[in-house]
Design a protein around this ligand. Structure first.
Ligand code: PEP
Ligand code: MN
Length: 335
């Protein structure tokens, strides 16, 4: 952190600032330029709030030179991290595709979809049992019954299951769940992040909030990691912009950006990012080409009658074609 001191600042106040820094175990290194004085802070500034320093009379501005996230930061962990999801790895060269319906609707539905996506090469099964819906009148998911059906599909296919946890009170129902999804709407539910981080080391698929910056996404990953769970997979699922012709705006450039800033794997969700089934295939291919470590794709046996997100759901046949194209692109980009 670098503190820029105002011109003509009162020396006694600058000394007070230096004493304040020392009291926080930070060594101030002062350099007097011809125009301005700077204080370089040496030490752990993670617990120092820059806005408190900026509010001081003698301070012109404060510049952070290190990101506020440590556990998620590539600087402190140069190697890519592979996350082990009950035997299926994602990251560090391992590519994984999570596929399944937006929500679990019946045992027959989830088992049928699980079998077909597995046959096409999916490595994990998704399906929401607790659904965050914009309308309180919309289908809210089958809850515990939905989780039971997911377990049946897991037993029948061997696919690890990924499903969303909305409320920590339900965590004990998640014993058979392999990857806990934290949805876009809960990305900054800090209590939920801390609870999940301290309760379990199960992988967490953390979806980017609808209007979250990349630093906010990484700080949310940091919450989980700092609480004790290092197994976080980041998910770009589109953000809200001025554009309304798609459900969201896919921020594909964040894939290489996140890879630069963090060692954690990055998965892309082309279903929620676009909102239309016909776009899922080209966007999945593009996400693979740009270097994503995996995809999460909504697949439904009967999209027009889906209880949630039918418009963006691929049929199993569409998914099979997408898998084939994604595999070809992987061959090219993984060299
Ligand atoms: C979902 O995966 O079905 C979902 C609700 O996603 P998001 O949190 O990204 O909107
Ligand atoms: Mn959905």
């Amino acid at each position: 952190m670098i503190i820029l001191i105002k011109k003509g600042a009162d020396e006694a106040q600058v000394e007070n600032l230096k004493a304040l820094l020392r009291s926080r175990n930070i060594e101030p290194h002062v350099s007097h330029g011809s125009l301005q004085t700077l204080i370089g802070c040496v030490g752990d500034v993670a617990h120092l709030d820059p806005s408190l320093i900026e509010a001081l009379d003698v301070v012109e501005s404060v510049q952070r030179i290190q990101e506020p996230y440590k556990a998620a930061n590539r600087k402190f962990h140069p190697e890519d991290t592979a996350i082990d999801c009950s035997g299926v790895k994602i990251g560090a060269g391992h590519f994984g595709v999570i596929a399944g319906p937006c929500s679990v609707e019946s045992e027959e539905q989830i088992v049928g979809i699980a079998k077909s996506v597995k046959a096409s090469g999916a490595s994990m099964l998704r399906g929401g049992a607790f659904k965050p819906r914009t309308s309180p009148y919309a289908f809210q998911g089958l809850g515990a019954e939905g989780l039971r059906m997911l377990s049946v599909a897991k037993r029948e296919t061997g696919l690890p299951i990924v499903t969303e946890l909305m409320d920590f009170k339900d965590i004990e129902l998640f014993n058979d769940v392999d990857v806990i999804q934290i949805g876009a709407r809960n990305m900054q539910n800090f209590n939920l992040l801390k609870e999940v981080g301290s309760y379990t080391k199960k992988p967490v698929l953390l979806k980017r909030g609808m209007s979250a910056t990349i630093q906010e996404l990484l700080m949310s990953a940091e919450y989980i990691m700092a609480s004790g769970n290092p197994n976080v997979i980041l998910c770009e699922r589109g953000i809200r912009t001025f554009e309304t012709s798609l459900r969201n705006t896919l921020d594909l450039g964040v894939v290489p950006l996140l890879h630069r800033l963090s060692h954690l794997p990055v998965v892309v969700d082309p279903s929620h990012a676009t909102g239309y089934a016909y776009m899922v295939d080209p966007v999945a291919v593009a996400a693979t080409a740009i270097g994503a470590d995996g995809l999460i794709i909504e697949v439904h046996n009967d999209p027009p009658h889906a209880r949630c997100d039918g418009v963006q759901s691929q049929t199993p046949e569409m998914f099979a074609k997408t898998m084939a194209r994604v595999c070809k692109v992987r061959e090219i980009v993984s060299v």
